[in-house]
Design a protein around this ligand. Structure first.
Ligand code: ADP
Ligand code: MG
Length: 443
């Protein structure tokens, strides 16, 4: 693995590094640093005025430094003279506690101290739109059920193939690409990895998809519901826990002997059941992180889409291999959380999964009964499961009331996040909309 970025630059012909960090809203920020200066920056970090980003810092705070994590460096496959490297935010020698990559690193360590090593795979769906973001980029992509549309795939092969080639080159274990359930929507899959590696890849994937789309004259968006009436962009997370990190992992702690009972029948271990119990227990609060924008709530709890199903949950329920619930157990030894959407912050997604799961294991949480029904058709028959938050404010309030999750995510983080997100909500409600006039003018 790489440790010396200056040597990496020399060996690979890299002329510049993009030292990058992710703020609370999931925005990726970077400085472009010439290779001649990277040795010093690797030591000291690149300087940023924290107030200029969404990290709840003031103009009076000292400079924030993003110290590159050399293990995570990636040479841009589409521009080999540039390398991207995620940084850890530091101020006056201390980690900035609320910075998302630091929140995740702290939780990974906490879990590791208890012998738990979380591995995840994500499915980051996106749309290809015209550059202004107004229309689906392919005017012929109009089918009522466009999922897996072969001809539409041919019309966007240049973009999808290019991104897939790059993932293959990077050794991510890319294994399939498809046209998804909405017109103009795509999904590209690669192998699961340790939570931090998945978060870095997720960030880089968004950067790569947007960059390649722009090169071809399109705009890639991960917005949860970019087109009214069509299926939204999910970011499902598949989760398992192992005995060791990286290549040392040999035992999947979530895999259990098939036995009797809701959990064991599906090949999940007792610990897997408790981890799932933690996710179920904190689900409503979790949504403040996994569904972080006003627009997120147009995807969950949504009316039927043109294709016939939203593929998004509306209630806190779990099941076996059935995609109509919040959690699906597709096979032994792992489960899929279908709640997160494309706006989720890659680092906070992993962090909140670990926080909720770890709390479930510590408290031996019970995930409640398995519901083997079609939630879209028969959901009304379940009366004892909580509904997911109806809007962003609802989710923020659930988060604020969940003292356990808040403290697992860290007090500084939770305070900063709540403050920034409350401001965002206020800005939304102060926005005067056409809907109000249409529905109130003649009252
Ligand atoms: N044991 C596991 N732990 C975590 N992630 C896993 C595990 N097994 C598979 N995955 C990951 O789950 C994701 C599955 O995505 P995909 O193939 O699109 O499934 P789906 O059928 O849900 O659409 C991939 O990223 C895959 O690597
Ligand atoms: Mg998939």
């Amino acid at each position: 693995m790489t440790t010396d970025l200056a040597a990496f630059a020399k060996e690979k012909g890299v002329k510049y590094f993009m030292i990058s960090f992710t703020d609370l809203f999931g925005g990726q920020r970077a400085k472009l640093v010439p290779a001649r200066a990277i040795a010093d920056m690797q030591e000291d970090g690149a300087g940023f005025a924290g107030f200029a980003t969404w990290l709840d810092l003031t103009p009076a705070h000292p400079d924030m430094l993003a110290v590159p994590d050399p293990e995570a460096v990636i040479q841009l496959p589409w521009n080999k003279e540039i390398a991207w490297v995620p940084g850890n935010c530091v101020m006056e020698g201390e980690d900035v506690a609320q910075a998302p990559r630091n929140v995740l690193r702290r939780l990974i360590k906490e879990a590791a101290d208890e012998g738990l090593h979380v591995k995840t795979g994500i499915e980051a769906e996106f749309f290809l739109l015209t550059p202004e973001g107004e229309e689906i980029s392919d005017p012929f992509d109009t089918a009522e059920k466009p999922c897996y549309d072969q001809q539409a795939m041919m019309r966007r092969l240049d973009v999808i193939r290019e991104i897939s080639d790059y993932m293959l080159e990077l050794g991510w274990g890319a294994y399939q690409n498809d046209h998804e359930d909405a017109n103009g929507q795509w999904e590209m899959n690669w192998d699961f990895d340790d939570a931090l590696a998945t978060a870095d890849k997720h960030s880089f994937f968004k950067f790569m998809a947007k960059s390649v789309a722009e090169k071809h004259g399109f705009r890639a968006t991960f917005m949860p519901k970019p087109v009214e009436g069509l299926t939204g962009n999910g970011c499902h997370a598949h989760i398992s826990v192992w005995d060791a990190p990286g290549k040392d992992a040999s035992v999947n702690v979530f895999a259990g002997e098939k036995g009797e009972g809701d959990i064991a029948e599906l090949g999940l271990s007792e610990q897997g059941g408790h981890f799932l119990g933690g996710i179920m227990k904190h689900a409503s609060a979790l949504a403040a992180i996994t569904n972080p924008t006003v627009n997120s709530y147009k995807r969950i709890n949504a009316p039927r889409t043109m294709s016939g199903a939203t593929w998004a949950p509306n209630t806190v329920t779990w099941t076996g291999n059935n995609r109509t619930h919040m959690v699906r157990v597709p096979g032994p030894g792992r489960f899929e959380l279908r709640l997160p959407d494309g706006a989720v912050n890659p680092y906070l997604l992993q962090a909140v999964i670990i926080a909720a799961g770890l709390s479930g294991i510590r408290t031996k949480a019970d995930p409640g009964p398995r519901h083997d029904i079609d939630m879209y058709a028969e959901g009304h028959t379940i009366t004892d499961a909580p509904k997911l938050p109806l809007n962003m404010l609802d989710a923020l309030r659930f988060y604020d009331q969940d003292e356990e999750l808040k403290s697992m995510m860290g007090e500084e983080f939770s305070n900063a996040y709540m403050k920034m997100k409350q401001q965002e909500w206020n800005s939304f409600v102060n926005h005067f909309s056409r809907w109000e006039k249409d529905n109130t003018l003649d009252i």
